[in-house]
Design a protein around this ligand. Structure first.
Ligand SMILES: [Zn+2]
Ligand SMILES: [Zn+2]
Length: 213
């Protein structure tokens, strides 16, 4: 496992190391070499780091307003530069090979961050769309992104969040605990799409309308 891949568990002190490792020549766009069964085709180091960052943002934003200020300040200190690297210009070519309509070209670091924001213990009653939207607003505000990256990131988030809100079934990889579960096979995925064809049609129409507005 490379030092960058070890950031996957979302440990604060490891996330803080990412910009330093990158300044020493580590590349977030490197393919993630398989170890154990965490691997699926096309996964890059960037996806793993993003899942770790997402887990941290989840904790930070789900703690409620009383804790948010301190937690956010902490995230600014240890995670913000890493997040900027993940969503910076290099991310425009960073997609895995998942074939799921929640994204246009495969999972990106941003969708990996959003996938880590799920209903889970100890916040079972949390509305994850609400949390995802709050996090997106925050990312767009503090992320220092180029206008074109900002636009790309907003569209990706819109597509992903709308897909989940419409209760469509993901056929892409999913972060789960300390692993990223591989995608289901193509045959199963096409069965899922056949079953949901009407909803998918509505989803695509809504997405197109939202993009044009
Ligand atoms: Zn998906
Ligand atoms: Zn994926």
């Amino acid at each position: 496992m490379t030092p960058l891949a070890s950031v996957f568990d979302g440990n604060d002190s490891k996330i803080k190391l990412v910009p330093w490792l990158v300044s020493k020549g580590a590349n977030l766009q490197d393919r993630f070499e398989p170890f154990l069964d965490f691997w699926h085709d096309g996964l890059k180091i960037s996806h793993l780091v993003a899942a770790g960052v997402g887990k941290n943002l989840h904790k930070t934003f789900a703690r409620g307003w009383r804790f948010q200020c301190t937690s956010l300040q902490r995230f600014r200190d240890y995670g913000l530069d890493t997040m900027k690297l993940l969503l910076g210009p290099g991310s425009s070519v960073c997609y895995d090979h998942c074939n799921c309509l929640c994204s246009g070209a495969g999972c990106s670091p941003l969708t990996m961050i959003l996938k880590s924001i799920v209903k889970s213990y100890p916040y079972p009653y949390q509305n994850c769309t609400g949390t995802r939207l709050t996090i997106m607003d925050w990312i767009l505000k503090v992320g220092d992104l180029e206008p074109s990256t900002k636009h790309k990131v907003s569209l990706e988030a819109l597509r992903f969040i709308l897909f989940d809100e419409m209760d469509l079934t993901h056929t892409c990889c999913q972060p789960a605990g300390n692993i990223i579960k591989p995608t289901i096979d193509e045959e199963e995925a096409s069965e899922v799409r056949d079953e949901e064809v009407d909803m998918i049609f509505q989803f695509e129409a809504l997405y197109k309308r939202a993009v044009l507005e």
